[in-house]
Design a protein around this ligand. Structure first.
Ligand SMILES: Nc1ncnc2c1ncn2[C@@H]1O[C@H](COP(=O)(O)OP(=O)(O)OP(=O)(O)O)[C@@H](O)[C@H]1O
Length: 262
């Protein structure tokens, strides 16, 4: 296993007299080499808390997170995060943004440029190396964020709703691009989304979470991203009876949680 989460719980201390928030209760989750694990669930079910635990931004109140068998005790270059807001440096060029993590690691310029070049090409950004960030569309900016996350060759790529801010068409194209990159790099991915269709299409494994306390209530193994990688068209995959049946099943699980919360 690349990553193992064993009985991890997170309780946020009470703020101004409110009760403490049990954001996660006894989460068990394993990410194997090359898994694409998607977390889905009603707002407040602890998806971002779980990602922050894996990233090492947050420590569990109890339980443990192991990366290649070693306890995670903080952030590290072995885990890269892509956020919905790309957090790019607008005063730097595309190449400089992509190579930013490598610069922080103190890698020599020639090596930085060579690695950046590879991921700029992989993300379809060739020709824009010297462009300023503000001149690019939201979809292109998100691709820069993904290229930057990949330059450090992380063991696990963490993505917190990376496509949430994109329009529908750009979002579908970005889903396909991420799957191709995943296939090309064989990365292990942990991906958060609010879209059931996106979750089913992209993941090899899906966890559905439920709030108060945050926990995993359902787990599914998924075939759809493989079908796409093996040549099926994305829209055909998403329109297949097998896909639609599972989409309705997962939607009904999530709607039940939303109704409980209302
Ligand atoms: N720093 C914090 N202090 C106190 N409570 C917090 C903190 N961060 C998150 N929470 C609470 O913990 C619970 C889980 O939050 P989290 O952001 O992980 O859920 P989420 O599933 O990612 O939500 P969303 O889909 O809305 O982004 C929520 O009830 C939230 O209000």
């Amino acid at each position: 296993m690349v990553l193992e989460i064993n009985r991890a719980s997170v309780v946020y201390p009470s703020a101004s007299g409110n009760a403490p928030v049990e954001a996660l209760r006894e989460i068990d989750l394993s990410l194997g080499e090359g898994d694409f694990v998607v977390a889905l669930g009603a707002s407040g079910c602890g998806k971002s808390t779980l990602l922050n635990l894996i990233a090492g931004f947050l420590s569990p109140t109890s339980g443990e997170i192991l990366l290649d068998g070693h306890k995670v005790e903080g952030p590290g270059a072995d885990r890269s995060v892509v956020f919905q807001k790309h957090a790019l440096m607008p005063w730097l060029t595309v190449r400089e943004n992509v190579a930013f993590g490598l610069k922080l690691q103190g890698r020599p310029k020639a090596e930085r440029d060579q690695i950046a070049e590879k991921f700029i090409a992989l993300l379809g950004l060739t020709g824009f190396e010297d462009s300023p960030i503000y001149a690019l569309s939201g979809g292109m900016q998100q691709r820069i964020g993904i290229a930057r996350a990949l330059t450090c060759d992380p063991r696990v790529l963490l993505m917190d709703e990376p496509l949430g801010a994109l329009d529908a068409l750009t979002r579908e194209k970005a889903q396909e691009l991420i799957l191709k990159i995943w296939d090309n790099t064989r990365k292990t991915v942990f991906f958060i989304t609010h879209s059931v269709e996106e979750a089913l299409f992209m993941g090899t494994k899906l966890i559905v979470m439920s709030p108060r306390p945050g926990r995993i209530t359902h787990r599914f193994d998924l075939p759809f991203s493989r079908q796409f990688i093996e040549g099926a068209k994305a829209r055909e995959v998403k329109a297949s009876p097998e896909f639609i049946k599972l989409r309705e099943e997962v939607l009904s699980i999530i709607f039940a949680d939303e109704e409980d919360a209302a």
